[in-house]
Design a binder for this molecule. Sequence first.
Ligand SMILES: Nc1nc2c(c(=O)[nH]1)N[C@H]1C(S)=C(S)[C@@H](COP(=O)(O)OP(=O)(O)OC[C@H]3O[C@@H](n4cnc5c(=O)[nH]c(N)nc54)[C@H](O)[C@@H]3O)O[C@H]1N2
Ligand SMILES: Nc1nc2c(c(=O)[nH]1)N[C@H]1C(S)=C(S)[C@@H](COP(=O)(O)OP(=O)(O)OC[C@H]3O[C@@H](n4cnc5c(=O)[nH]c(N)nc54)[C@H](O)[C@@H]3O)O[C@H]1N2
Ligand SMILES: [Mo]
Length: 770
Amino acid sequence: MTRYTMSHWGVYEVEHDAVGHPRLLPYSADPDPSPIGLHQLSPELMRLRIRKPAIRESWLRQGPGAAPERRGKERFVEVDWETAIDLVAKDIDRVRKQYGNSAIFGGSYGWASAGRFHHAQSQVHRFLNMAGGYVRHQDSYSLGAAHVIMPHVVDGMNELISYHHTWDVLADHTRLFVTFGGVPAKNAQSSPGGVGRHRVKDGLAAMRAAGTRFVNIGPVSDNLETGGEVEWIAARPNTDTALMLGLAWVLRTENRHDSAFLATHCVGYEKFEAYLLGATDGEPKTPQWASVITGVPTDRIIALAREMSQVRTMINVQWSLQRAKHGEQPFWMAVTLSAMLGQIGLPGGGFGCGYGPANTIGTPHEKLGGPTLGQGRNPVKDFIPVARIADMLLHPGEPFAYNGMTYHYPDIKMIYWAGGNPFHHHQDINRFLQAWQRPQTIIMQEQFWTASAKYADIVLPVTTSMERDDLGYASQEAVLVWMSKIIEPVGQALSDYEIFRRLAARLDVEEAFTEGRTEEQWLAHMYQGTVERYAKYGIHLPDYERFREQGIIDLDHRKKSVVMLDAFRQDPISAPVNTPSGKLEIFSEIIAAFGLDDCAGHARWQPPHEWLGAPLARKFPLHLLSDQPRNKLHSQLDGSPLSAGGKIQGREPVYINASDAASRGIDHGDIVEVFNDRGRCLAAAVISHQIMPGVVRMSTGAWYDPEPLTGRDKHGNPNVLTADVGASMLSQGCAAQSCLVEISGPLRNAPSVTAFELPSFIALAAVEAG
Ligand SMILES: Nc1nc2c(c(=O)[nH]1)N[C@H]1C(S)=C(S)[C@@H](COP(=O)(O)OP(=O)(O)OC[C@H]3O[C@@H](n4cnc5c(=O)[nH]c(N)nc54)[C@H](O)[C@@H]3O)O[C@H]1N2
Ligand SMILES: Nc1nc2c(c(=O)[nH]1)N[C@H]1C(S)=C(S)[C@@H](COP(=O)(O)OP(=O)(O)OC[C@H]3O[C@@H](n4cnc5c(=O)[nH]c(N)nc54)[C@H](O)[C@@H]3O)O[C@H]1N2
Ligand SMILES: [Mo]
């Protein structure tokens, strides 16, 4: 009887060796399994586990608010669970009585682990709701700009993701696949909640075999492997909108645009056209104009536009494009450009918002809805756009704009985090460190001694998916997995649920939190809900006991081809898109009425504050891309052998073009310093012809590792360099990809990496003695 587990990287089978040690193997039905998840039981990771509840020394001695500047620098005192629960419960009660629940930030962003019951976000939100509520976050780091702009233009991002053309439709019909930012196989290893079968590699191979031509536009070329030829058009980072405008100009002036489609299925094209042709701003968006901005030769733009108008074309944009200043624009412009081509709703034509970033896009499986844990009701109305956390902490009471409205930042006294690593994910860590000193108490529920745990006041150790039973499910992945517990909890770690149950008991809301159920009863209850829901679709799931025995329910046979927006194309009146007009909004009256300087009523080119054309590029002449890491998920499993194998002398690689390396005297493998006015970090140079001159690329995920005196990161965390600014006043999304830096080196005698050292501890007895 095979046992299984599920992770964001896929399903794994559990095997025991002769002496009974468990190990993980790829799911045998997965054609392209990810190696990331194989390392979840590695001893290198075990060493980094948090084993006991721990309290920062000054906080324990002097109480909340003590010496906040010493966070991250102080010793911890390990205490028993009873003491830890007592301290946390009392402090939650103190804060809510003294300041109200809007002084508690429980936004707590992060991917945590797969599994539907032990879903850290649901658990922390459910608990805090029972305790009177919390300040939440809106949108995600992934798609901050897209989540806000796309509902104005076509539909919500979550909805869009669920009905892209399936890969078979692309292979059968798409003759030209133009992608901005490749289709990175590294990214498609993961999907939030898990992956049933990895389908991107086969999907691309089938397109190649069917004769699809691939054009990859962007600053790097190592992000699209089809097994065949790919044309790379090197374009400066953050200039995709300008390039699309140049293409649009050719379509319009050569009369290659589909005016019938624009009239019947879209609103506001004329207003956009006036901008395109220069009537509104005196600047026609010609291919020459686009060439100067993007660095792409004029002829290439003209030829590509003509080709796009002649064959079935898919225009694909990666999520990275919108994780930038004015990140709304390339997404809006991709819809506008494909509307001009008039192929939206035809098989294999139109636009794709992210073939590549996650496995799900292009899935042939229907959206059924899996097991979920109810979060209850949050009486607190305050929220922040997720990436505005430092602004909130630094500017309590001040106004901020979001999607046409003005709100105010709450005054946060307590942060409660479960399932995320802000010292990984947030931009401009040096600024974030200032903000992090504002709250009186910071509680972190974690599995590993990440920087975020080291910078907390109270650290509570949590089990991993290896140590608990759970239900594995991800939207449209067609599997339901009984995630069986593989090993006993490490140290004194408890599940997030058990920690919150104990806290709820101390705060007299245990019954509301548990509804009288044990963990085991919750799993059975959530599964039963799924059985009933699926029955309505005619899917008869086995009973709970059978499911547990079987370990996996694989619904892969239930697939169908999807043609994105075909019903809308056939009849936009009876099958409208989900916008105010029911049509594709090339011009949005609503956004125009917001009157924002940085987001007009139609897509337009607006230079970011930092890009290769900015005045700042004279001082910092390299554009830094901080993309998602190949060998891990964000900062998760950075300590694993797989991640370590991708480093050089223990540092994160920074990819640099040979000409940029030569002019700085840098050789392959040198330790270099990457810097700008916000911060500095060390990294290892990798010379590559797959990155254009003027651009460097460093993946995220290396655990933050500051030198005590200078604050320089020794390991290669790009977020000491990125800017903490909103994409625009519209979305306030994360804008990490707009960042200029300089690189110097090589560095002799670089300080050693200490990111994987555990914090120092002092015995409780020593604290109690004085
Ligand atoms: N410069 C730059 N920065 C970026 C990005 C970028 O492109 N460039 N990308 C952004 C994006 S898209 C994202 S999504 C974010 C990702 O940022 P995060 O989601 O915060 O990153 P993770 O490393 O996945 O952090 C998850 C943490 O949860 C912990 N954890 C796992 N399972 C559990 C559990 O069951 N319970 C508890 N309590 N904890 C658990 C893990 O140990 C880990 O420390 O980063 C963003 N930051
Ligand atoms: N292995 C692994 N997979 C992951 C993740 C992970 O951490 N590890 N994270 C997951 C998450 S949370 C998310 S949100 C998705 C993110 O998915 P994306 O945001 O799409 O991923 P990135 O790796 O940041 O960027 C994709 C490609 O776009 C390129 N690029 C960057 N800026 C520009 C630009 O301005 N123009 C153009 N044309 N190209 C550009 C990058 O160099 C990179 O090759 O990935 C998911 N998949
Ligand atoms: Mo993300």
